[in-house]
Write a protein that binds this ligand. Sequence first.
Ligand SMILES: Nc1ncnc2c1ncn2[C@@H]1O[C@H](COP(=O)(O)OP(=O)(O)OP(=O)(O)O)[C@@H](O)[C@H]1O
Ligand SMILES: Nc1ncnc2c1ncn2[C@@H]1O[C@H](COP(=O)(O)OP(=O)(O)OP(=O)(O)O)[C@@H](O)[C@H]1O
Ligand SMILES: [Mg+2]
Ligand SMILES: [Mg+2]
Lengths: 272, 272
Amino acid sequence: LPRHIALINQKGGVGKTTTTANLAAALARAGRRVLLVDLDPQSHLTMHLGVDPAADGKPTIYDVLTDNAALAEAVRPTAVENIRIAPATIDLAAAEVELVGVVGREVLLRDALATLRADPEAAYDYLLLDCPPSLGLLTLNALSAATEVLICLQPHFLALQGVGKLLETVGLVAQRINASLTVGGVVLCMYDFGTKLAGEVTADLANFLAESRGKGQPWSSAEIFKTCIRRNIKLAECPSFGQVIFQYAPGSHGAQDYAKLADEVMAMEGAG
Amino acid sequence: LPRHIALINQKGGVGKTTTTANLAAALARAGRRVLLVDLDPQSHLTMHLGVDPAADGKPTIYDVLTDNAALAEAVRPTAVENIRIAPATIDLAAAEVELVGVVGREVLLRDALATLRADPEAAYDYLLLDCPPSLGLLTLNALSAATEVLICLQPHFLALQGVGKLLETVGLVAQRINASLTVGGVVLCMYDFGTKLAGEVTADLANFLAESRGKGQPWSSAEIFKTCIRRNIKLAECPSFGQVIFQYAPGSHGAQDYAKLADEVMAMEGAG
Ligand SMILES: Nc1ncnc2c1ncn2[C@@H]1O[C@H](COP(=O)(O)OP(=O)(O)OP(=O)(O)O)[C@@H](O)[C@H]1O
Ligand SMILES: Nc1ncnc2c1ncn2[C@@H]1O[C@H](COP(=O)(O)OP(=O)(O)OP(=O)(O)O)[C@@H](O)[C@H]1O
Ligand SMILES: [Mg+2]
Ligand SMILES: [Mg+2]
């Protein structure tokens, strides 16, 4: 069964998009077929993969959510083998308000994915959902469609503050909409090894997760991934070329770290 | 007349909150009376100033916008002389949807500020509005209430992409709601001097602004502030103590940079 992973954190600028793009690329290099869905109106994942949704006139995620367009029609290939994407456009920013009165507005993506899976051409092993910096309707659609959540976190104080609210939201979706939703783990991004702040925040977070072990919450078996994604300017440069790190700087720390993260993510396969 | 400055960028994690807190502190050190309004449901500005909105039972910004509470009631002192704050709570996340049908929902804050100004006790020289990472209703309230906008920008490719849409939104608010709104300037945050990316993004942005000179847009006289805020871990550490940089590390680069930025901002006084 394909894994549906939502990359979330309502704190802005913590590495969600960078992780979605480069984790996808590392999984694809290992032979996994990856489908990406960009749920952020900023469309940064779409840009990162060098895709221009306006170029071919096909529907985008906005059309799928607000106009019942078929998800299969919105999926495009990318320059990376084994990666396809359903791109976003800025129109998506209006979706939350446009869908206020729509019945079942939180599960529109889940249902669109169900029709996609009926199409043998559309087979994939991993679905990665890049989310905007909020816990609104778009993120709720991702959580309703996901089998697991990866929390991207910059090891800074402000970023840590929102984790409680984030887990509360995951808990509500698991309770009311998607019973199979679990937290797969926390990915530490933009890790500055030379600072004591990173170590302190990591320790705080590890304690928090340890305390919820065995308490039957969706995050009760979540851990911090051993691989930290180190701060590395090449990761910030590659989106301007529409490339992933393995195309732009295959020997960099960024490429090494995302390859190792993918190994940890793949090692969880079958643990269902 | 007091200056009303909105710190905006829909891109997450670019330094909006850090700049609001520390620019306010530098202005306060220079004797300016500063009022802060936290418009982000994450309430990071509120935390940064060590304020706990639940401690005193007074109304918050959420109550002002959705329940007609008096802004004067929501304003609290902070540990920093000359700085007061109207704090946010997570409830604010519901405001956008709760206010969908309300007439004039975009100018609720502007009108609340008008009643505050009638109160002689509440006099201030600067109002700084910290915005969430979106161009939704909360940011629109800030733009409708502001006299000028400071765009906080991390000199990265992804952060640069949204500037066009940001200026488009500022232009619409200036055209339809707030004719006096202008873009005061762009503050470069988390500047890594050792990378070529920062230089390239800065040059791109400077060209863009130069091309709009004299075209009668709200940003036609905007410049990039000469002061770059250098990346400095002390700026990421101080919020965990509920302190601004001048309390936590007065000799740091962070303190120097924000003091210099405040000098540039104050030098614009009277230019209105
Ligand atoms: N490990 C890293 N080292 C250096 N720069 C990074 C790293 N990861 C991400 N970046 C850069 O930091 C910025 C924030 O990352 P990114 O955009 O992926 O975060 P995000 O959580 O998706 O942001 P948003 O909340 O706006 O969606 C980007 O400019 C990105 O290029
Ligand atoms: N100059 C700097 N040097 C180092 N760290 C910084 C600097 N400025 C901000 N930070 C840290 O980077 C992170 C992002 O900054 P901040 O929270 O101020 O951005 P923001 O734009 O307000 O984010 P959001 O979009 O989530 O509101 C925070 O953890 C902050 O402590
Ligand atoms: Mg993103
Ligand atoms: Mg902020």
